[in-house]
Design a protein around this ligand. Structure first.
Ligand SMILES: [Mn+2]
Length: 257
């Protein structure tokens, strides 16, 4: 039986963090722990707050984290990288470190259990503006233009700002947290069921042989057993509560680092 570790939404490098280096260090410490104890590591998306590979350069400031990832891969550790909505623009650099890149959702057999894995953005999404933004981000034409026509320095600055503003907007929308300037996601206080959970329940209904569904993106931990017996797990974020999950012979367990 193998032991698998899962982590998502670390948002490394975010302009909203007071001490980015400290946050990077904590992520690397987690990686050390997970690699020492686990067989395979799953990075479930939005590990970076903005990752974009230009034709001749990649974002700076992530060197320590990238070196740590490269070192683990070189030592033979299997590390999966599921693209999130903040770090979906990779064109060979991250796979060059040894990471196994998954641009989309995947179904894998983990310890004989049928497991659906994805970052989770866009799944069951009904908000028009989010669908439009997702389509732009995924468009090959837009990606090519951004990679080749925008100077990398300006592109990265824009990306980090977009990311931080995005989060701030969600915070401001949330009346209960109007005065709270921390890194709280909109979904954390949204009363209705997240689209992703509704989507996952429907997926389980249509694919009742699915044992596990593991997602991230919502910045809020969920652990739900569907009517068909699928365990739906949504990972917590890794910047405040430092959530992560482990899958081994005892099933899935959720922890805080
Ligand atoms: Mn996300």
């Amino acid at each position: 039986m193998k032991k698998y570790y899962f982590i998502g939404d670390a948002h490394l490098g975010s302009l909203l963090f007071e001490n980015k280096e400290e946050h990077d260090e904590r992520f690397i410490k987690w990686l050390d722990m997970a690699c020492a104890d686990g067989d395979e590591i799953f990075l479930m998306g939005d590990i970076f707050d903005f990752w974009f590979e230009f034709s001749h350069s990649v974002p700076t400031g992530y060197e320590k984290v990238l070196n740590a990832l490269k070192e683990k891969c070189s030592s033979g550790k299997i590390i999966h990288f599921f693209c999130g909505n903040h770090d979906q623009w990779t064109y060979g650099f991250l796979s060059g470190l040894g990471l196994i890149i998954h641009p989309k959702a995947e179904v894998m057999m983990l310890n004989g259990k049928k497991t659906l894995l994805a970052h989770g953005h866009g799944l069951g999404e009904k908000r028009r503006i989010t669908l439009i933004i997702n389509a732009i981000f995924e468009s090959n034409v837009c990606r090519w233009l951004f990679r080749h026509l925008i100077p990398p320095k300006a592109g990265i600055a824009f990306g980090l700002k977009w990311s931080a503003n995005n989060r701030k907007k969600h915070i401001n929308h949330d009346a209960a947290n109007k005065n709270d300037d921390t890194f709280i996601d909109y979904y954390s206080n949204n009363k209705s069921e997240p689209f992703q959970m509704t989507w996952a329940k429907e997926y389980s209904r249509q694919n009742p042989d699915t044992d596990y569904i593991i997602l991230a993106h919502l910045h809020k931990e969920e652990n739900h057993l569907s009517a068909n017996g699928t365990q739906i797990v949504i990972l917590d974020e890794f910047y405040e509560r430092y959530g992560y999950a482990v899958l081994d012979e005892n099933g899935i367990s959720l922890f805080n680092f």
